[in-house]
Design a protein around this ligand. Structure first.
Ligand SMILES: Nc1ncnc2c1ncn2[C@@H]1O[C@H](COP(=O)(O)OP(=O)(O)OP(=O)(O)O)[C@@H](O)[C@H]1O
Ligand SMILES: [Mg+2]
Length: 254
């Protein structure tokens, strides 16, 4: 049976009264789903993640996580949701990979033995084990983004948000991050990804949300929305005038 993990109702956001940037956004996500949020530049995707995470205060919204109303509990939302920023570098603070992974856990006073256990688990999952003593500065783009993801995972969030996880990565970097994402999905994590590069990942998504000018204008399984996307500013690869089959929209060969 599918279980709703996140329910968002009528989320609105604006910086000023005269310009509404997110309008009555409502959707539900099931546990273990990989949800892809797409939309043209400036449509409000990053703002939506920041509002959910509690970094920005929605003008109004109802946000339920596992049935609990956390709309007014932005501090709790910050621990329930882990956000991997588009700019992975800005999230990396430790002198070594291991110290970086410890940073957030130390702030939460997590016991030393538990820290070691989580670092061990996450560094195996994201193949960072051989890099634990390395300085983050020397890592490749793909390794840095995996470290940013790992830094979020050790905090054990209920849902992982990723803002443009493939941005600025070369081909091997995209493959590394994509493989990591799919491992996370296989291990039962619920993931919400904002990306306009749907040709890299749409084959693996369970749900696609399309945002335009602050409105959620579609919410369905990806294959039903593909033909609709280009006129809303989202690139979809085509062959002979038709969008390529959904199972080909991945950079990982099955
Ligand atoms: N600090 C801010 N002050 C005023 N307006 C802002 C601010 N941050 C974002 N906006 C506006 O909100 C709108 C949505 O921005 P957002 O960053 O969510 O877009 P996005 O969909 O993530 O775009 P992109 O694909 O370029 O990352 C844009 O029109 C943007 O100009
Ligand atoms: Mg953005």
């Amino acid at each position: 049976m599918e279980k709703t993990i996140l329910e968002v109702e009528k989320l609105c956001f604006s910086f000023s009264k005269d310009k509404q940037l997110l309008n009555n956004i409502s959707f539900k996500i099931n546990e273990g789903e990989l949800c892809l949020i797409v939309g043209a530049n400036g449509s409000g995707k990053s703002l939506l993640l920041k509002c959910l995470k509690g970094l920005l205060k929605p003008t109004s919204a109802t946000i339920l996580v596992n049935g609990e109303d956390v709309s007014k509990k932005s501090k709790k939302r910050r621990t329930l949701f882990g956000l991997v920023f588009q700019d992975a570098d800005s999230q990396i603070v430790g002198q070594t990979v291991e110290k970086d992974l410890r940073f957030g856990m130390e702030n939460l006073n997590i016991q030393e033995s538990e820290q070691i256990k989580r670092i061990d688990e996450v560094s195996i999952l994201l193949t960072l084990k051989d890099l634990l003593k390395s300085r983050p500065r020397i890592l490749s783009g793909g390794e840095k983004r995996r470290l940013a993801i790992a830094g979020i995972l050790v905090m054990k969030p209920q849902i992982i948000f990723m803002d443009e996880p493939f941005a600025n990565l070369d081909y091997p970097g995209v493959l590394q991050v994509l493989k990591s994402l799919l491992l996370l999905k296989e291990s039962g994590h619920t993931i919400i990804i904002v990306s306009h590069e749907i040709e890299k990942i749409a084959a693996h998504a369970d749900r696609l949300l399309l945002i335009e000018k602050g409105y959620l204008i579609a919410n369905d399984i990806p294959e039903l929305l593909l033909d609709k996307l280009p006129k809303h500013g989202v690139f979809v690869p085509t062959t002979q005038g038709k969008s390529v089959p959904i199972e080909e929209m991945t950079w990982l060969k099955h």
